[in-house]
Design a protein around this ligand. Structure first.
Ligand code: 8DG
Ligand code: MN
Ligand code: MN
Length: 359
């Protein structure tokens, strides 16, 4: 194993598939329902990732926030030995490996992985040949398109899917807005899916937009999977005190068929794949236009950044923020508009004062 020379990105080794040391530990805590420890390692990873300098010695990190005893011990090991024995042990642990494999399937979370692991299942073949296992529709699609949807989506593919959705939306709502959000909106070149926000200027019409759009995609023969969730948004409710990634807008989780001929530079496919198309995960969310800015800010992510932004709003501004609204507790009213740029700058100032950065 080739050791890295710094912990700025906390690699166990140079091989990217072995991943980020802190992420492995965080994931393992997630698999074991230890949310506090999981969050602590994700926070520590964010702090290190946003440093403009490389960590060469532990002393250099003493003024950094969110680095606890355990994270410092792992860092020290990485600095001294170029590897973390705790992480290496986990990477070869059967339970960790099996959870990692099972949760890589669309529709399978830690609870299902645990259930399957406790039944003695260890591989996809074990699952697919066990007659007592019932897969729901999402998991069936997850297995069916496993190769494609576990492959990263390129920016060119995201742009092409945005155009396809844009066309479908405008066929029924000419004044609608379609925006690319999620990781691509943060400047990432690759993502695990494509996140899009669609809305219309006519309040209320957005609720019927997604069923029309998915019907249109079906007619085009490119809808491979669709899980539509109608809106449960209640405009009278105040933003939630606790971090809640899920919002109440109407949305759908899709798998779409993308043709190579529609992507500039071609598909991001496995070498030797001559099908000329691939399956891609796409999330569509449709907030009412007057909540568009809050939804865009929330869906842009990262999850850690959103968490910190909400903490900043609550602690530093006495406000409640979520994907639906920004509520000023002192004035007892909600903000009408939101400047995302200002919010992000505000959060950066907060980070300098002790919060974590964006990953
Ligand atoms: P990636 O796909 O490039 O890997 O990263 P990402 O784009 O940052 O992650 P994501 O899992 O696609 O989520 C994008 C953002 O959407 C993330 O900050 C969480 C946010 N999000 C909400 N509400 C909901 C929701 O109800 N479902 C899902 N799946 N994501 C949501 O704010
Ligand atoms: Mn995404
Ligand atoms: Mn998504």
């Amino acid at each position: 194993m080739k050791p890295t020379c710094s912990v700025s990105c906390c690699k166990v080794t140079e091989r990217s598939d072995e991943g980020d040391a802190f992420e492995v530990l965080a994931e393992n805590y997630e698999f074991n329902n230890m949310d506090g420890q999981c969050l602590a390692f994700r926070r520590a990873a964010s702090v290190l990732k946003c440093l403009p300098w490389v960590v060469w010695c532990l002393g250099a990190t003493q003024d950094l926030p969110c680095l606890g005893q355990h994270t410092k011990e792992v860092m020290e090991e990485l600095l001294q030995c170029g590897r973390s024995f705790e992480v290496e042990e986990l990477l070869s642990d059967e339970r960790y490996q099996t959870f990692k494999l099972f949760t890589s399937v669309f529709g399978v979370g830690p609870k299902t992985a645990e259930k399957w692991f406790c039944r003695g299942l260890r591989s996809f073949n074990d699952i697919l040949t066990d007659p007592s296992i019932h897969l729901n529709r999402m998991q069936q699609s997850g297995f069916l398109h496993y190769g494609d949807i576990s492959r990263a989506v390129s920016k060119a593919e995201a742009v092409s899917l945005r155009s396809i959705i844009d066309e479908a939306v405008h066929a029924i709502a000419p004044a609608a807005a379609v925006a690319l959000t999620g990781g691509f909106c943060r400047g990432k070149e690759f993502g695990h899916d494509v996140d899009l926000i669609v809305t219309t200027p006519e309040l209320g019409m957005e609720e019927s937009l997604l069923p029309y759009v998915t019907d249109e995609l079906k007619k085009q023969g490119i809808l491979l999977y669709c899980d539509y969730q109608a809106s449960t948004f209640d405009m009278r409710k105040l933003p939630n005190h606790h971090f809640e990634a899920m919002d109440h807008f109407s949305k759908c989780f899709l798998i779409l068929r993308l043709e190579g001929s529609q992507v500039e530079g071609g598909l991001h496919c496995a070498e030797g794949d001559s099908r000329g198309w691939r399956a891609v995960r796409v999330d569509l969310v449709s907030p009412p236009m007057d909540r568009y800015a809050f939804a865009l800010l929330g869906w842009t992510g990262s999850r850690q950044f959103e968490r910190d932004l909400r903490k900043f709003a609550r602690k530093e501004r006495g406000m409640l923020l979520d994907n639906h609204a920004l509520y000023d507790k002192k004035k007892g009213r909600s903000a009408k508009r939101l400047s995302c740029k200002q919010s992000r700058e505000g959060c950066k100032a907060y980070q300098r004062g002790g919060s974590t950065g964006e990953t």
